[in-house]
Each structure stands twice: as structure tokens, then as C-alpha cells.
Design a protein around this ligand. Sequence first.
Ligand code: SF4
Ligand code: SF4
Length: 171
Amino acid sequence: MSHVMVVLPCFATVRSAANRPRQNGNSKTKKMQSRSSGGASLGFGGERKDPPWQCVQGCGACCKLDKGPSFATPEEIFDDPLDVRLYRSLIGPDGWCIHYKKSTRTCSIYSDRPYFCRVEPDIFQELYGIDKKRFNKEACSCCRDTIKEVYGSKSKELDNFNHTIRSSSSN
Ligand code: SF4
Ligand code: SF4
């Protein structure tokens, strides 16, 4: 998922998100529905636009596929057993994806990566039942959760992500 930027395998969404209520989709996407709703309100009838999500170079957190018990399992996310099998086949002995290049923090099969590695509104809606209007907010939230789990809540990777998102939203 990198440029090459690394993109978020959708299954990287944390279990806490999996327990949120859903508005549409199947029983598994229900698990991934967020509590949050639409654009954040500013009060006074105004609406604030969520800052656009973007993948940050030099991260790669979401390519650690085995993140531990606080994250949803592929069985909890995918309906198709082939997706579960594909996901599991990617996990290397150290928990990182076998296609992840640690030296550059990039995906070695970027253009051919599985659909669930693509952070796109359509994929979030299909897999998690997340409305496209909430894509930016949910994708940023997924990244932060993933980066905290892999690198820590005080990591430079998290600082870098937050700084990039803030910068892009102020442009
Ligand atoms: S195939 Fe592996 S390295 Fe590539 S984006 Fe998906 S999880 Fe990351
Ligand atoms: S966690 Fe987010 S910023 Fe980091 S590599 Fe994945 S998609 Fe990119």
C-alpha cells in the first residue's frame, strides 16, 4: 500500500469499530459500522467538512496483518471464505504481510494488491456499511487506531499522520 504509498487493508479496522451499530449492509458489515454520523456539526446550523483522508508515506502500519486481539478477525469481517483464506495467506511469521517491504515500508505488489487493501469509499461501504459521506472520518480513524497499535500512541508515525491530515485540511 505505498508508491508508492501504503494503503489501509480494510480489515485493519479495530474491533471497537466492529461493535458499532450499522445503518445498512450485511451482518458482518454491521460490525464495522461507526457510531459517528455524517459531517461534524459546528452548532449554529453549520457543518464542518471532515479533513480528507490520505495515506502517509513511511507508515505501513496497516500491512501488519496480525495486530492482536483488539482487532477484528477476517472471519468477523468477510462473508466470503475465499477472502478469509486470501487474507490469512498473506500473514508472514512475524505478523506482517509477506508482500510488505520493511526497508522501504512499501507494498511490493501495490498495483495488484487485494481489493480489501484499498482504502476507498466503495470498499468501506461494501465491507463495513460505512456511508460514503463518512469515508474520510472513518478512514482517518482507522489509520490512527492502526498506527497506535503498531507503533504506539506517542510514535512519530502517529505525529506524522496527524500533521499530514491537519496540513491538508488547512490548504
Ligand atoms: S498486499 Fe500486503 S503489503 Fe500490499 S497493501 Fe496489502 S497488506 Fe500491505
Ligand atoms: S495506517 Fe493509514 S497512513 Fe499508515 S500506511 Fe496504512 S493507510 Fe497509510
